[in-house]
Structures are given as structure tokens and as C-alpha cells.
Design a protein around this ligand. Sequence first.
Ligand code: TRP
Length: 454
Amino acid sequence: MQETSSIHGAWASRWIFILAATGSAVGLGNIWKFPYITGENGGGAFVLIYLFCILIVGVPIMMAEVLIGRRARQSPINAMREVAIESGHSGKWSAVGWMGVLAGFMIFSFYSVVAGWVLYYIAGMGTGDFIAIGSDDAGKVFNNLLADRDTLIIWHSIFVVMVMLVIAGGVQKGLENAVKFLMPALFVLLIVLLGYSMQSGGFQQGWGFMFHFDASQLSWDAVLTALGHSFFTLSLGMGAIMAYGSYMPKKASIGSAVLTIAAMDTLVALIAGLAIFPIVFVNGMDPGAGPGLMFITLPVAFGQMPGGQIFGFIFFLLVGIAAWTSAISLIEPATAWMVEKFGWKRLPSCIFLGVIIWILGVAALGSFNFLSDVKLAGFNIFDFMDFVTSNIMLPLGGLFVAIFAGWFMKRYASEHELAISSPTLFNAWYIVLRFIAPVAVAIIFILNLIEKLK
Ligand code: TRP
């Protein structure tokens, strides 16, 4: 096989691939979830396990996704089939790609709703709605927003259009141009916020909260949380990274690119924590506030601080950009597949897919108002989409990718794509991928499920 290019185009350089994949990885998972679960799970000890998981499970599986994508140069559905056939196995491995496309739609449905809230808060911060707001009022603002179906639909629709405009532009004019501009902006905003929080007076307290090593806080549950999160935060298990890998230049080294992406994703999570917690502490607020942390606690904190309005605006802008570049990767696999399958152009494919995800998003946002009575397996629609994807579909997808690349794909094909000059390094990757990663993921998958269904 060894296709030299994809019909969809290719990234201009290995750095563009790295930026695009980092754009996918860095999202709501880093800026909101990581700091919060770190605080809940014992700070420094949790961070250490998380780093370990990224390295032992995340990096090897991400390498497998990228190499499968680049070998086939097609959408995940077709890539899984082609590479399976190349290695003398059933084309039915495409089912992994199908599950990924479905997972992408489902993640998008709730991701777009939260991104819609973020857009609403960008506007609110920009117009000064939160100046000197008290926590009761901030809670009311958020709850009123959740209850307001039409406002939610408007912001969700704007986000869908933003994502589809980028995807319609294609790999070079759309995705590449977007990440070339947005990712540097994201890094600049992050550094500005970090600087602001360093001089806010709460920095030491924030640092201690995130990095104090308290082994007594370690629990089996924390290990599971760290493993699961390392998966979600690297965008693994649904083909997003596989699709991006299929546009990667031939000569670029997969191993070093993946290490860079994982390092940047981790760095952003750590910096986000160091930017957020000092602001929370200096205002005497609760770091474990959960979903309200970003939408209730932080606006109150910003509202009381000098320059808080502008920095609050910058904060939500940053979250919005991070969510935007992540959401693109949720829909790219399906778009590429439609173009391959039906020979459609990107625009009609996008319009078709845009309608589907718009409807799914409206169903998810309805969980907070007009569809609040609808329950699926005991969850509202929003929580159901989150639960089924994060706890079932992504771990299964990642498990299948590891098993496929480790046990079914021909070894020479992986060797050729990875082109690692040191046999020891290649063997290390291969052993981790075949034995350690699948077992670890299987354990999280099963224990997590038992825990959640109990
Ligand atoms: N990684 C993103 C975050 O941390 C979310 C995300 C984007 C994702 N694309 C994905 C998660 C694909 C799983 C699969 O917010």
C-alpha cells in the first residue's frame, strides 16, 4: 500500500500536524476538567500518575493511530479496512472507524453545548455583565442560561457554523489556516493569564494545591480517573488523530511528533491549573466547585479583581478557541469518509453533517429545559452522551486500535511507518502496545463501568 498522499490534501509540514493534533487534544478537558480532578484526587500524587498514564498508555496508542492513518491516507473507516486487508485480515475492522464516527457525533453534541456557554460568557465578559457580581447572582446567570432553550440554541448554532466553516475549507485552507492562527493565539492568551495569576497573590497557594505530594490521598479510584482522563485529553479512541495522521507528511517522524503533542497537551493542562487556582484562592472560593467552577466561581472571582473584566474575557476567549480546534477534529473523520465514499465536495458533506450534529446538540441542550424529562439508562441526554462516549466508546476504540496495531497489523508495516532507527526503542513501543496498554485500558474500562453502574 504505502500511499504517498491523501485525496484530501496534506499538512504543509510536520509542525502543522503537531499544531493541528495539539489543537484537537487541548480542549475543555485540559482547562476545566484537569485542574479540578487534580484537586480532588490528591494533587501532586495524582499528577504523577497522570503523567505516567500519558506516557505508558496515551503515547503508544496515539502513535498507533497516527501510523494507521498515515499508512492508508484515508478516513479512519477506510484506513482500518485497508490496513487490515493489507495485513491479510478482515475488512470488517472498519467497524472501529464506524464506532469512532458515531462517538464523534455524540461527543460533539454535548461539547457544542458547553462551547455555546463559553461563547455566551465571552460576550458577557466583553460587555461587563459580571463586574462585581456576587456568587448568588453568578449562579442565577448560569441557571437562567441553562433554562433558556432559545438562547442555548442560538449559541450552539453559532458554534456549529464556526466548526463547519473551518471543515468546509478543507485540510489546507480550512484546518491548517485555522490552527496556524488559533494555536499561537491560544498559547499567548495562556501565558498572559498565567502572568496575571502569578501577580494576583494566590500563586503559591495554587501551586501547592496542584503539586503538593500527599501519598495518603492516593486511591485506586484516582488511578482510574487518571487513566481515563489521559485518554480523553489526548483525543484518542475515535479516529480523530488517525484522520489527522493521514494528512501527515511522509518523512515526518511519528514518534517525536506524538511526544511533542502529548507534552504540549500536558503543559497546557498544568498551566491552566496554575492560572485558575490562584485566582480562585485569592478570592477565597472553593476549588472543588465542579461544573460551576468555570461558569459560576470564576466569573465571581474575575468580577472582584482589578482588570478582571478584561482578563475574564481573555480567559473565556482562550477556552472558546481550545474548544473550537478540538471540535473540528470530532467531525473531520466523518467528513473525509463522505468525500471518499460519495465523491461529494467538502461543502455539501459539511452541510449534511452539520444538520445531523445540530439536531443532536439541540437534543443535548434540551436536557436542561424542554427535554429534561427524557431519560436514557437513567441519564438525561447530555449526561448520557458524555457517559457512553467517555466511559465506553473511547476506551473500546483505543483498546481495539492497540490490539489491531499490536497483534493483527504486520510488524514490518509498523516498522516502516514509524521508521525508528533504534531497534530497542521500536521494541519498547511494540511491547508496551501489545501487552501493557491493552491490559491497562481493559482494566480501566471494566472497573470504571462496574463503579459507575453500581
Ligand atoms: N481532547 C479534547 C479535550 O480535552 C476533547 C476531544 C476532541 C476529544 N476530540 C476528541 C476526545 C476525540 C476524545 C476523542 O477537551
